[in-house]
Design a protein around this ligand. Structure first.
Ligand SMILES: [Zn+2]
Length: 62
């Protein structure tokens, strides 16, 4: 079983979408900072996973 899932993030700074891969093993919410693939400005992501699936994604400017 693959514990990586690709999700689309909408950048809070430039509005463009970019894909990231996240690990979905283990339930809970993880926070991480990712640089936008388009404008390179950082965004704070809070990603909730449950049962190996992404159930919620919050994005805000870091
Ligand atoms: Zn951006």
């Amino acid at each position: 079983m693959e514990w990586l899932e690709e999700i689309l993030i909408q950048c809070p700074q430039c509005g463009e979408e970019f894909a990231i891969q996240i690990e979905t093993a283990g339930d809970g919410t993880v926070a991480m900072i990712e640089d936008c693939a388009v404008c390179c400005r950082p965004a704070t992501l809070r990603i909730t996973t449950e049962g190996g699936e992404v159930t919620a994604v919050d994005v805000e400017a870091a």
